[in-house]
Design a protein around this ligand. Structure first.
Ligand code: SF4
Length: 646
């Protein structure tokens, strides 16, 4: 183990911690030796004792989860763990945390509790359930578009579920049905105003979390909680941000404003049910806004928004502010019941706040401070995002100055810590090498084919031939990671024509189901895009080959990254691409390659079908960031490696 550019020394050796770690890991079936895990645990332990922040880049297989959970547990500290992927949370909640609980309760003779914290709308809202039971009058119309049998099923389930957590639902339902029976935190009436507060599932989960030793959540919820003064997660002094390479983007998006026509339409449809008919014009005006908003955003197309190019959008927002205020007033004055009025006005207030942020952005444009763009949302409707360009001040105010934090990931991109202004003082990030023997266990194949940035169609043809040959050599068993949805569809269709092995494709089933099918059917292949760059943990021969069709540099529609890059251009004299986009490309390649070797007896090939890996003047940045894999450009070497080892 080493600090980056320095030798690692610990100011504390905690024998109790080392023994506890040995004892805990010895109970794991097929446990493997993980020398870096002890080093990481000691580094975390020192950082707790000194109240300092710590950054650990821990290679695949370190066992980093236990290496940070155990020191906090032994020190009796309440810890929040924020991850980027749900897969990592599931893994922690299903294995390391139960094991740790058993150990602490047996050895330390005290209770040890862990909980998972989710966003408000993951829980059933009892106020909504009550309204849905026997809807009459206005309430009836709220549920008129829902499937009655699904509503009844959930109402029945609400009587027995101890959690009200959507993931515990024993049957599947439509998204719209769940949405009608849950609320966001902004729509919630809160303790003072809700008659169902005592039995509220969301509040119950918060109360439970107050007693927990470890709270597991995601980056977004953690970022929101920090910015609202800890009202969701509650008091804590220590946090581990795992998958920290995604932290900047996920915290930025959590601290942003997102506006789409759907929010106006929802408000209009709800208000229509409560306000007097004579005011129906106010509702019509909101619907009209939604139509204009969509039209303006579609005209604007997927691109940047700033004061000089968005006059039509600004005009709509100016109209919107007054109209939403009027509608909210009419709802508040209506004769409907207080609960209904509160729900609608809460949503109206939240929309108003966001409209004001968007207006301010467009009238008082501060370059390099905030940025905005339009892109389609999950349901392919245009959405306006107004996003802070630099979150380091917020992080200083909410996080670095108030908590003791550990940031960790298998790869932390160059410059990230500087950009987030992590106050490490003289300390450097601690680097833990992977325990795997990549020299023996793997091979890196980078063929000499046309350059995608110069001869795209020749490269595309070469990629098809390479993928076909590689899958034939591996006998299936391939995770093929493609750079775009169009490439995914094109290449999957072609391979299904050419090959006999089963090919699973992202989007055809849930990611969880695809991964379990891929893992169980040894000769199958899984084709996907960025979704599968991380969170795929398939040890054994089912995953013997990882193919990347090209280096996943940020694309033109990755607006946030492009804005960071442009800002860095200004600050560094046109080195933005090298400062921001190149390190991200490197991180993504390392993440993808990390899917291959998950255990000490795993073997396989990483094939990167992009000759810039070896020819570009920045190629060295990739080779130095990747594990120490022997490299070849000769497919015969791949054949020999696979036939010798598989
Ligand atoms: S407190 Fe909020 S989430 Fe809970 S039942 Fe009431 S309105 Fe629903």
């Amino acid at each position: 183990m080493r600090h980056a550019d320095s030798v690692c020394t610990f100011n504390m050796y905690n024998s109790k911690l080392v023994e506890a770690l040995e004892s805990l890991t010895s109970r794991i079936e097929n446990a493997e030796e993980r020398p870096g895990q002890v080093g990481m645990a000691l580094a975390v332990d020192s950082s707790i004792a000194n109240g300092e922040h710590l950054v650990v880049e821990a290679g695949t297989g370190t066992g980093k989860t236990l290496a940070y959970l155990l020191p906090y547990a032994l020190a009796g500290k309440t810890l929040v763990v924020a991850t980027y992927t749900k897969a990592l949370q599931d893994q922690m909640l299903g294995s390391d945390l139960p094991r740790l609980k058993e150990y602490i309760e047996a050895k330390e003779k005290r209770s040890f509790k862990f909980v998972q914290l989710k966003g408000w709308s993951n829980y059933l809202c009892n106020e909504r359930v009550d309204a849905a039971k026997k809807p009459t009058g206005v309430q009836q119309s709220f549920f008129s578009e829902n499937d009655r049998s699904e509503l009844d099923q959930i109402i029945e389930w609400s009587k027995s579920t101890p959690t009200g957590d959507r993931s515990d639902l024993p049957f599947s339902i439509k998204e719209a049905t769940w949405n009608s029976l849950s609320v966001t935190s902004k729509e919630c009436f809160g303790k003072e105003k809700c008659p169902f507060y005592e039995s509220c599932f969301a509040f119950k989960s918060r109360k439970e979390s107050a007693k927990a030793d470890v709270l597991v959540t995601n980056h977004s919820l953690y970022a929101i909680d920090l910015s609202i003064g800890g009202h969701i997660i509650g008091a804590h002094d220590h946090v581990v941000i795992d998958e920290a390479h995604e932290m900047e983007a996920s915290f930025t998006m959590a601290w942003s404003v997102h506006l789409n026509a759907g929010r106006f339409e929802w408000l209009a449809s709800q208000a229509k049910r409560v306000i007097a008919r004579k005011h129906s014009d106010a509702v019509a005006k909101i619907n009209e806004l939604a139509t204009t908003m969509t039209k303006n955003m579609n005209n604007h197309k997927e691109q940047w928004v700033y004061s000089g190019n968005a006059a039509a959008i600004l005009e709509t927002l100016e109209l919107a502010e007054g109209r939403v205020e009027t509608l909210n007033r009419l709802v508040a004055l209506s004769s409907s019941d207080e609960r209904t009025k509160l729900r609608i006005t809460n949503a109206g207030e939240s929309l108003l706040e966001d409209i004001r942020v968007a207006r301010r952005f467009l009238t008082d444009f501060q370059p390099l401070s905030q940025i905005a763009w339009i892109e389609p949302n999950r349901i392919s409707k245009p959405e306006l995002h107004i996003v802070p360009l630099n979150v380091s001040e917020n992080l200083e105010e909410f996080l670095w100055s108030k908590k003791q934090a550990v940031l960790t990931s298998a790869t932390i991109q160059k410059n990230l810590l500087k950009r987030l202004r992590v106050p490490l003082g003289e300390e450097k990030p601690t680097v833990i090498d992977s325990p795997f023997n990549y020299k023996k266990q793997s091979l890196l194949y980078c063929p000499d084919i046309p350059d995608p940035s110069k001869e795209n169609s020749a490269w595309q043809e070469a990629v098809i031939t390479e993928i076909e040959n590689l899958i034939l050599l591996a006998g299936g068993r391939t995770l093929c990671l493609l750079s775009s949805n169009s490439e995914l569809h094109r290449i999957t269709a072609e391979m299904r024509k050419r090959l006999k092995v089963p090919i699973l494709m992202q989007g055809e089933k849930s990611p969880k189901k695809l991964l379990s099918d891929f893992s169980e059917e040894e000769k199958s292949c899984l084709f996907g895009t960025r979704t599968f760059f991380q969170g795929v943990d398939v040890p054994g021969p089912s995953l013997s080959m990882v193919i990347l069709n090209r280096i996943p540099f940020p694309g033109p529609n990755e607006f946030l990254v492009k804005a960071w890059s442009q800002k860095a251009d200004v600050e560094t004299g046109n080195f933005g691409w090298r400062e921001v986009e190149l390190p991200l490309g490197v991180t993504r390649v390392v993440q993808a390659a990390g899917r291959l070797i998950r255990k000490k007896d795993d073997l396989g090939v990483v094939a990167i079908l992009d000759p810039r890996m070896t020819r570009a003047d920045y190629a060295e940045q990739f080779s130095s960031a990747l594990p120490n894999m022997p490299m070849t450009d000769n497919i015969d070497d791949v054949e020999v490696f696979l036939h010798t080892n598989l």
